[in-house]
Ligand binder design. Structure first.
Ligand code: MGP
Length: 206
């Protein structure tokens, strides 16, 4: 009986012992440099007649720790598991993934065509990690990334802020290719052009 009590006390003491400084640090969430939001636009569902572009675009979660990121990514954000005609977005919190957003309005996007379905998740994840890990020198120029699931060909686009700043865009494009391990040329288009014509001309390539 006595030994049972001793064991119980020992167990209680161990359970109640304050965590060491190292344990405390280890268990603390790892903060990101900034807040990010995941968005989704499922355009596979039939739209109501006359519905404007963006009517199915939804902001889903905003987060600012590594732990939240992995939990969200593991649960939902796998484009390859998604239906055709869906877009997945990770944008800086406060920036909407639309040409109309003030941060995006004067910007454009680099686009990588994904040749094999299997590569979509890898490219998406590599880009997400590079963004939340602040791997781009011109991090202020970046608005976010979009993964587009399409019947014909999937694609990933990196949206940036100041399209006419060619030097910044070229640096971002080069870095992104390196991150994705892409050797084919990639192309940059201006949102302003896309507003005017369905297939916007490519302004830069790298
Ligand atoms: P898209 O989705 O960028 O091209 O734009 P995609 O993915 O090549 O085309 P899809 O047919 O495979 O989806 C397609 C069209 O959506 C554009 O021509 C616009 O009419 C509309 N659109 C796209 N975006 C990103 C915007 C936007 O930000 N604002 C508005 N108003 N319309 C947009």
């Amino acid at each position: 009986m006595a030994s049972e009590s001793a064991a119980a006390v020992e167990a209680t003491t161990t359970a109640d012992a304050p965590p060491s400084a190292a344990e405390t640090v280890q268990n603390m969430p790892h903060n990101l440099e900034r807040k990010w939001s995941f968005w989704c636009d499922n355009q596979s569902k039939p739209k109501q007649e006359g519905a404007a572009w963006g009517s199915s675009l939804r902001k889903l979660f905003t987060f600012d720790t590594v732990e939240e990121f992995w939990s969200l990514y593991d649960q939902i954000f796998r484009p390859s598991k998604s239906v055709v005609n869906a877009d997945f977005h990770l944008f800086k919190a406060g920036v909407e993934p639309k040409w109309e957003d003030p941060e995006c309005a004067g910007g454009g996007k680099w686009t990588v065509a994904v040749n094999q379905k299997a590569n979509l998740d890898t490219m998406w994840l590599e880009t997400l990690m590079a963004l939340i890990g602040e791997q781009f020198d011109e991090a202020d120029e970046i608005c976010g990334v979009v993964a587009s699931v399409r019947q014909r060909q999937d694609k990933v686009s990196l949206w940036t802020k100041t399209a006419p700043n060619e030097a910044a865009q070229m640096s971002i494009g080069r870095k992104w290719k390196e991150i994705l391990d892409v050797t084919d040329k990639i192309y940059y288009s201006f949102h302003d052009d896309a507003k005017r014509e369905r297939s916007a001309k490519n302004r830069y390539n790298v």
